[in-house]
Design a protein around this ligand. Structure first.
Ligand SMILES: [Cu+2]
Length: 210
């Protein structure tokens, strides 16, 4: 009886510690919101890019997709561009979240307008993807949706961050084999002003920052 009184608590403590160690040993993967051609999904990837879990956040109904596609094809003509490299614009910490297969990638960065004049970003191009489109995350009544932007302005001497909760560039139709650690070149076009070429770091599917 005395032995039992001693061993039961010991076993209990040992069991709880074992469970706790096991819990903390397991790597934890964050939910990541991704933008796909059919809507927004929440996904979890491990370090090797294996999909662990996924769920839809908001799906675009099929009939709307058709309309969106034809509209975006019409809009894909880049407005008149000036091929002058601007030195009063900075694009820092540019990174791309690469997703497996044919899923679109997303690019994030910090834009700084060091001029005394408002700048309007109205196109992005890259040799690595056939299509690059600006998106804004919109939260409406607790729901997250995505809206395509044709232009976005950066105030004189102001800055704008394309981050997980604000804007991103959706990159579709990969033109080259990419892997985390690579760099891709992105060209930013500013209305009536010129352009900026930036090297962006390619990150793994589960990355959340630069
Ligand atoms: Cu998007």
């Amino acid at each position: 009886m005395k032995i039992l009184k001693f061993f039961i608590p010991v076993l209990l403590v040992a069991g709880i510690s074992w469970l706790a160690v096991d819990y903390f040993k397991k790597p934890k993967y964050e939910w990541i919101e991704i933008c796909t051609a059919e809507g927004i999904k929440r996904v979890k990837y491990d370090d090797q890019g294996n999909l662990l879990a996924e769920e839809w956040i908001s799906q675009i109904p099929a009939h709307l997709l058709l309309v969106e596609k034809s509209q975006s094809e019409a809009q894909n003509q880049v407005p008149e561009i000036k091929l002058i490299e601007l030195d009063h614009v900075e694009v820092d910490r540019c990174w791309v979240r690469l997703l497996p297969g044919h899923l679109p990638a997303a690019a994030y960065f910090e834009l700084k307008n060091n001029s005394g004049k408002e700048l309007v970003l109205n196109a992005i191009k890259t040799p690595s993807y056939a299509s690059a489109v600006m998106h804004e995350n919109i939260r409406k009544q607790g729901m997250i949706t995505m809206e395509r932007l044709d232009k976005v302005s950066i105030a004189a001497n102001g800055s704008l961050s394309f981050s997980l909760n604000t804007y991103h560039i959706m990159l579709e139709n990969k033109q080259a084999n990419l892997k985390p650690g690579d760099f891709i070149s992105l060209q930013f076009y500013f209305q009536d002003e010129g352009m900026k070429t930036v090297q962006c770091k390619v990150n793994s599917p589960n990355s959340l920052s630069y």
